[in-house]
Design a protein around this ligand. Structure first.
Ligand code: CIR
Length: 258
């Protein structure tokens, strides 16, 4: 059984952190509707949705991926690089504790889940503006005893590692080579984003006992076409309002075996 932790969109979403995007008006009502559709897509891929309540004072709190890294053996509460997001961590502690033993990244470490790409027992962490070497070392110390290797990887020009690369089918990475060098990942199959769709590398692969499928944004049709041709089962979601907040599809949930 898979569980997906999500959090209702904050009324304050329009005051979100922005690093690479210009601020444009966000329709919070529409963002909430899109978020519901995203949850429905997760449910269709077999996830039980654990929806946490809205946090009106924490604009980016819908992006739950950034505050926890969950593996089978434990859950690591992060310490976001964005100061405005640190209070989100306490709010996910109790819900996660129902499923996993908890550990945490401590100061001066910073780490955001958007930087964490897991490929089996190999875990890559983007050395972005949000995750620092101390945070990556702490994650390594927490996960190595459970048989995971953790490596920091350079990423440039985007917010998080998973803005630049995600796994879109078992063993297949979707990448934007302007932001990450896929050679870092060794023997994997690589497919490229369309050059006109630089933000298209973020898809959410959801896998269960009955196979896996990809939740993917509606806004990148040129990158999507070859994914469809490969026969990857897709759930297409319109997340335009969350994208204006520099969000993507991985960041709106934490998915794990429950
Ligand atoms: C932020 O800058 O922190 C939010 N506005 C967006 C976070 C998106 N998170 C993610 O892709 N993992």
């Amino acid at each position: 059984m898979l569980a997906a932790i999500t959090r209702n969109v904050s009324a304050g979403l329009a005051s979100c952190e922005l690093t690479h995007l210009r601020r444009t008006p966000i329709d919070v009502t529409l963002a909430r509707e899109q978020h519901r559709q995203y949850e429905a897509a997760l449910a269709r891929f077999g996830c039980e949705i654990v929806r946490l309540p809205e946090l009106p004072d924490l604009p980016d709190s819908v992006f739950v991926e950034d505050v926890a890294v969950v593996v089978d053996e434990l859950a690591v509460l992060t310490r976001p690089g964005a100061q405005s997001r640190r209070a989100e961590v306490a709010a996910i502690r109790e819900p996660l504790a129902r499923y996993r033993r908890l550990a945490a990244i401590d100061a001066p470490g910073t780490l955001e889940g958007g930087d964490v790409l897991r490929l089996g027992r190999r875990i890559y962490v983007g050395m972005s503006g949000r995750s620092n070497p101390e945070g990556i070392e702490q994650l390594q110390a927490l996960l190595a005893p459970h048989g995971y290797s953790v490596a920091g990887v350079p990423v440039e020009g985007c917010l998080h590692l998973k803005s630049a690369v995600t796994e879109v089918a078992p063993g297949v990475l979707l990448v934007n080579r302007r932001w990450i060098d896929p050679a870092i990942f060794g023997e994997v199959e690589v497919t490229d984003v369309d050059p006109t769709e630089p933000y298209a590398a973020n898809g959410l692969l959801v896998g269960g006992p009955d196979g896996s499928g990809l939740i993917y944004p509606a806004s990148f049709p040129r990158t999507r076409a070859p994914l469809e041709s490969r026969g990857i089962p897709l759930e297409i979601v319109d997340v335009s309002e969350l994208q204006k907040a520099e969000g993507a599809v991985t960041c709106c949930s934490v998915v794990f075996g429950a």
